[in-house]
Design a protein around this ligand. Structure first.
Ligand code: 5GP
Length: 111
């Protein structure tokens, strides 16, 4: 079981900022920016690479939740949404998640 599944099941604590029937958003334990949230589906999908065409509505919902939270949290100057995928993508938790980063200028390209 991944650490994110444990957060969904309330087996370990997290600073949860949003929840609905499909997803959960909480603060990253090692924030890389003043605002750093993770938006995850409640359904276990290991990565973007392993998502299916039938997950399209859910993936769109996660993006819309990220945008709504960015507005709610006042990221009016912009923000970044990142989905690290697989080993080369730097994915460390095998449960699909969107990073929502903001509150400072973000450089490009990432490392
Ligand atoms: P990845 O590297 O897979 O794209 O991102 C995983 C993220 O999950 C990392 O930014 C890491 O800090 C975060 N993370 C790992 N374990 C925990 C945890 O127990 N609680 C929270 N809130 N974040 C976690």
């Amino acid at each position: 079981m991944t650490v994110f599944k444990k957060i969904i099941d309330r087996q370990i604590p997290a600073d949860i900022v949003f929840e609905d029937a499909e997803c959960l958003a909480f603060r990253d334990i090692q924030p890389q920016a003043p605002t750093h949230l993770l938006v995850i589906p409640k359904r276990e999908i290991r990565s973007l690479a392993e998502s299916q065409p039938s997950d399209s509505a859910l993936l769109g919902h996660l993006l819309r939740v990220a945008a709504e939270l960015a507005t709610r949290l006042g990221l009016d100057n912009g923000y970044r949404v990142v989905i690290n995928t697989g080993a080369d993508g730097g994915q460390s938790v095998d449960h699909l998640h969107l990073h929502l980063l903001g509150g400072r200028p973000l450089r490009w390209p990432p490392g």
